[in-house]
Write a protein that binds this ligand. Structure first.
Ligand code: FDA
Length: 396
């Protein structure tokens, strides 16, 4: 199979952002070619949300995103909102539900979202080509950009980079977008895995031995950000939504703090327990509100062995601190292999927030995860992909 010799727009990357950009530009009558090296478009969409795609969030706004420039994402998010995407979902009759915290999921399958995008892209002027390797992008001249691929050479006036970040390499992630950005003079905000499980060192793992699989609601905090959601013990350390969320704020060497009992006032509750159950030990008191094995592990770590009535003042204070502000220092993360997203990316100071266009090279655009905009867990990353893809699609 060979490619057309020229078209108006080449989009590299047929993921969430690339497909949204293609359908928007296609609706404007632009001749669009989408190129992807994967076997099929939208592989991360299929995998997402445990197979049900958490496709947006009812409460999405700029404060749900991390970026060196916190204001950059505002314009796109306000010009293509969660409700605009929801209108498309409704137009296609896709069944959906709110799971929790405004997170909107498909009732049936992520495939519904991918099928919807592909149906919207089913226009004579949009060509989506998979299994194509891109070897070179030459500087733009009068003919536009010249893109050399395993299926031939194509010229385009506009080039959109939608190749995503480095997370989940099994889904075809590469550093292509960053390399093209550098080639055209852009700087890259340092990347690292985000929305990723933590690994713990030997001592912490020994403390939490046998807890793998246990989940409990906590408030996890790191560097000023706090999330009240589930924490899950794994055989390597910690995961679950609260942990994935704080991982985006974490740098090597930082501590995280855990409030194990976010739903009660720990100090008052301990006082009540000591009065009501003076002969009880810490483990059985903690087991009132925590899974039994976790109660035992925390009580062992705290080290108070006496009956409740005998606890000294300093010991009570230590128990309160350990339960409400327990400090842990992860020794790392499970890396890009297990990260949902990549933090950092193409520096937004060098991109237009209205069009996503490069300020270094006419006709060049960057959208989706390759840009230094990273959402919280909960549908925010797809919303950024839809919004940035749509906005670029209006101008390419
Ligand atoms: P995306 O990664 O989707 O697409 C990039 C495309 O570029 C891919 O098709 C890839 O093959 C292609 N490509 C890469 N390098 C190339 C090259 N050199 N040549 C050609 N093509 C190339 N978010 C959310 O909001 N809700 C959710 O439920 C989930 N769930 C989820 C689960 C899992 C397991 C992961 C890993 C991630 C999520 N996410 C998520 C995050 C979400 O998937 C992610 O933020 C978006 O897919 C980003 O969209 P992009 O289009 O920018 O990149």
């Amino acid at each position: 199979m060979s490619l057309p010799k020229s078209c108006d727009v080449v989009i590299i990357g047929a993921g969430a952002a690339g497909l949204m950009c293609a359908l928007t530009a296609g609706q404007r009558g632009r001749d669009v070619l989408v190129l992807d090296h994967g076997k099929r478009p939208g592989r991360k969409i299929l995998l997402s949300g445990g197979g049900r795609c958490n496709y947006t969030n009812m409460w999405a706004e700029a404060s749900n995103y991390l970026s060196q420039n916190k204001h950059y994402c505002k314009s796109a998010l306000s010009r293509f909102t969660q409700w605009d995407f929801q209108a498309m979902v409704d137009k296609h009759g896709i069944a959906w539900h709110e799971k929790t915290l405004g997170q909107l999921f498909c009732d049936n399958s992520s495939k519904d979202i991918l099928d919807m995008l592909l149906a919207e892209c089913n226009q004579p002027n949009i060509n989506i080509t998979s299994k194509v390797e891109i070897s070179e992008v030459a500087s733009r001249d009068e003919g536009g950009f010249t893109i050399t691929t395993s299926m031939g050479t194509v010229q385009a006036q506009s080039l959109v980079i939608a190749t995503g970040g480095l997370s989940f390499p099994t889904m075809g992630s590469t550093d292509f977008g960053y390399r093209i950005a550098k080639q055209f003079g852009h700087s890259i905000v340092a990347t690292r895995p985000a929305l990723v499980p933590f690994t713990l060192g030997k001592d912490d793992m020994a403390r939490f031995a046998n807890l793998s699989g246990i989940s409990t609601e906590v408030i996890a905090s790191c560097n000023g950000a706090s999330f009240r959601e589930a924490l899950l013990f794994t055989h390597k350390g910690l995961s679950g939504p609260s942990i994935l969320q704080v991982s985006s704020y974490w740098n090597h060497g930082d501590a995280i703090t855990i409030n194990w009992l976010p739903h009660i006032n720990v100090e008052e509750w301990l006082q009540e327990q000591r009065t009501a159950r003076p002969r009880a030990f810490l483990t059985s008191i903690l087991a009132e509100h925590l899974p039994k094995r976790l109660a035992t592990a925390l009580a062992d770590w705290i080290g108070e062995k006496g009956e409740a009535s005998q606890w000294r003042k300093e010991s009570v204070q230590n128990i309160i601190t350990m339960l409400s502000e327990c400090r842990l220092v992860p020794n790392g993360t499970e890396g890009y292999k297990k990260a949902e997203v990549t933090i950092g990316g193409v520096n937004t100071d060098e991109l237009s927030s209205k069009t996503m266009a490069s300020q270094k090279q006419d006709g060049l655009y960057f959208i989706g995860e390759v840009v230094d905009v990273t959402g919280w867990l909960g549908g925010f990353n797809f919303q950024w992909a839809w919004a940035s893809g749509h906005c670029a699609g209006l101008f390419v």
